[in-house]
Write a protein that binds this ligand. Sequence first.
Ligand SMILES: *Cc1c(COP(=O)(O)O)cnc(C)c1O
Length: 421
Amino acid sequence: MDWYQKLGISEKVQKLGEESEARLRERFYKIDRIAEENQLKVLNAFQTNKVSTEHFCGTTGYGYNDSGRDTLEAVYAAAFDAEAALVRPQITCGTHALAVALSANTRPGDEIFSPVGRPYDTLEEVIGIRPSRGSLAEYGITYAQADLKADGSFDYEAIRSRINERTKLVTIQRSRGYASRPSLSVEKIGELISFIRGIKPEVIIMVDNCYGEFVETKEPISVGADMIVGSLIKNPGGGLAPIGGYIAGKKECIENAAVRLTSPGLGREVGASLDVLRSLYQGFFLAPVVTAQAVKGAIFAADIMEHIGFKAYPASDEERCDIIESVEFGTAEGLCAFCEGIQQAAPVDSFLKPVPWDMPGYDDQVIMAAGAFIAGSSIELSCDGPLREPFLAFFQGGLTFWHAKYGILAGVQNLYNASLV
Ligand SMILES: *Cc1c(COP(=O)(O)O)cnc(C)c1O
């Protein structure tokens, strides 16, 4: 059975896909080796913490003595080379995890410093870069920033000049998020951390690890970060976690985060895990392989889109340290046709057609394509972009490479059908 043909992919587009895959064989081999190492690392964390079926039974109410929850946190800590971790369904999303980590580890009069330019959009309101109700700025915590240089490298001069006696916490974003800067490798983050520690050894260094987990074999704690923070509906949830976020790192930082998340005096002792533990364990177990699938999809998208004449960031042969790919379409029609292909390929809601809408907080209309098992999950295949020049689509996720490949081919087919290539 020729499934691609049955699913509306022409022979020509199917062949483009095969050629891309052939060009990427070497890259895919390397990605598999990274997944292999990460799989063993995670397995070792399960085994050294003696994970057992009893750990899948959740608790209700206050959640005292929740050994499944506590063991899961020990597993995360072990896999991420951390002293401790907070992994909870009560952490609603990545932004919440970051907000807890930041507010828990700063006090009025302190300053937060980003040496890598503007943080992720949602953090602007958490910090108060954009005035917002309840921001850290309202509590007398200030913010400073050094931008990356035009070539994406660190501006060491500016960084040195902006670290002062009030600098309490340094925040480093590993992924490019939805900005045009490159993602940072763990090795580069390590160099930056050494430089900062040379100026102010006691400063707390936090890495926004969203979209970066398991893309490399090392995580930022191993190169000197005090805390890493992320969302369970991205990489570490493996597509199975239905909710949650994590903070891992130094005991002191995690204790601070725990009393902020729950309450002073209660800390990590409360917080029922309800019925989600099995999914969190199983998702973390699968996460190295799921992340590898998403990375392959991103590189495949870059390669095939470049091949038919579009620009992709990062380029197909560039080093990458997160799962995000963006493609420049140049026209609204191109952007929409590609997003429609991603939607057509979804396991859920494939019969819907994405249309641009006026999303709160955005000046331009935004088109979004996703058909996910977990609402809003961005480790599952999704694609979105604002309808403005240069008509960039941000593409990420894919629980299996074959699904990502089909979605990309469906997008390419739409472009051909509408004579946009
Ligand atoms: C997704 C993301 C966040 C926010 O996570 P949400 O779960 O969407 O709140 C923060 N930082 C980066 C780099 C991200 O990719």
